[in-house]
Design a protein around this ligand. Structure first.
Ligand code: GLA
Length: 437
């Protein structure tokens, strides 16, 4: 009897929990800084606060990058006698509270990192079996956002859970704490590397989920993530985001490991991440950031779409381009993408080849475009109006380059254009004669 009631309750939970949490936290993709790609374990509070300060000085915090994520390696290797995680006094000589207060003074909310297993990936204490206690420590330190990783998993006979269950333990602790303290729940970023289709269930437990393994600062890694994202682009919405991983913009000839992205590759990287509505976490040196890096990260036209308060969904591919549609190809992912936004119909065209290329599309290939209309074309990179278009747009793109366009209706297209239908298959005269016949 008890078992059947339990299974009904569990069944109900699963049935109810199909949508996003919508607990008031994390409606839009997180914008900010994450320590991992740039520093891995090699940092101190002072070094990080210099980055935070540089973000303020460059206007990045004002542009919306308001979260500072402290990733792995901030603690001692062992817990204290009471089981608490202890900050590393060498890295945080003035204590963790001092660190988060300093961030807060700079206009940044603080995020921290832990793990759903015994240890973090860097070998520091993980939160399995300590979920509520660690959450209390993080809250006490001044954090309100948690990235939750997937290393050092206890044996099956210990957890008697799958990935979902291990992450639900922390999600439950977050909900319980919010209820008890009548405070805002922690924002939770799941990081189980796309192991078990988190895009299906991640929104029940947190606000974002990593869709794959760790990013690397070279093009093949980026195109592989774009390929993965192309198949699940429609799984992102308010409060629930595909996380394409920390940005590598700015890590050319620097970072850990040092990267080799060209300017065009970095632009394509940022455009795809932003328009796919991924969290955008910077992880390169903001103190020495080049003009180009800042121009990319501060592209207000692109950021505005990433942070659209009315349209939660992302762009999705309408044509793969080089490959037949829905082909899995980490080197040559989908090239033609579209979606809606509060500011117009969005197009992203990506040249996945390493030679310059002319690329074109029919406007009505986008579901968001009206047939028979003229459209004003705004370029989200040059920030200019490029006149009007009807039927087709043709572009020349550099190797691994991108075009990002915003189209707005400008009235009916000129009379008498042939063909009468842009997509003529099944178009007919009123008497039932097919136009294409
Ligand atoms: C994993 C995660 C990374 C980073 C490291 C820290 O590899 O996927 O994003 O957090 O752990 O050790």
């Amino acid at each position: 009897m008890a078992t059947s009631i339990t299974s009904i309750l569990v069944g109900l939970l699963y049935a109810i929990g199909t949508t996003a949490l919508e607990n008031g936290v994390g409606k839009l993709p997180a914008l900010g800084f994450n320590t991992w790609n740039m520093y891995q374990c090699d940092y101190t509070a002072d070094i990080l606060l210099e980055q935070a300060k540089a973000m303020v000085d460059h206007g990045l915090v004002k542009a919306g990058y308001n979260t500072f994520m402290l990733d792995d390696c901030y603690s001692l290797k062992e817990r204290d006698a009471k089981g608490r995680i202890v900050e590393d006094p060498k890295k945080f000589p003035k204590g963790m509270k001092h660190f988060t207060k300093s961030l807060s003074r700079l206009g940044l909310r603080a995020g921290i990192y832990s793990d759903a297993g015994y240890r973090t990936c860097g070998g520091f204490p993980g939160s399995y079996g300590h979920e509520a206690q660690d959450l209390e420590t993080f809250a006490d330190w001044g954090f309100s956002y948690l990235k939750y990783d997937n290393c050092y998993i206890p044996f099956d006979n210990v957890t008697q859970e799958n990935v979902y269950g291990r992450y639900a333990r922390m999600a439950d602790a977050i909900a319980a704490r919010a209820k008890k303290t009548k405070s805002q729940p922690f924002q939770l970023a799941l990081c189980e590397w796309g192991w078990q289709q988190p895009w299906i269930w991640g929104g029940r437990l947190g606000q974002s989920w990593r869709i794959g393994g760790d990013i690397r600062p070279w093009w093949s890694a980026l195109s592989s993530i774009i390929n993965q994202a192309s198949f699940i682009a429609s799984e992102t919405r308010f409060y629930a985001r595909n996380d394409l991983d920390i940005l590598e913009v700015g890590n050319t000839n620097q970072g850990t490991p040092p990267g080799n992205l060209t300017y065009d590759q970095a632009k394509s990287h940022f455009t795809a991440w932003a328009l796919l509505k991924s969290p955008l976490l910077i992880s390169s040196d903001m103190k020495t950031a080049s003009k180009e890096t800042l121009e990319i990260l501060e592209n207000h036209d692109i950021l505005k779409i990433n942070q659209d308060p009315n349209v939660g969904e992302a762009i999705a591919p309408f044509r793969w381009g080089l490959n037949p549609d829905y082909t899995w190809d980490p080197d040559h992912p989908a090239e033609y993408w579209t979606g809606n936004s509060s500011y117009g119909v969005v197009f992203m065209v990506l040249n996945t080849q390493d030679t310059p290329r002319q690329m074109s599309f029919n406007l009505t290939e986008s579901w968001a475009i009206r047939a028979g209309r003229l459209y004003e074309v705004y370029d989200l990179w040059s920030h200019t109006n490029n006149g009007t278009a009807y039927r087709n747009i043709s572009l020349t793109l550099p190797p691994h380059g991108v075009a990002a366009l915003l189209l707005n209706d400008a009235g009916p297209e000129p009379e008498g254009l042939e063909p009468y239908c842009a997509g003529y298959w099944q178009c007919s005269f009123p008497n039932g004669t097919y136009y294409s016949n």
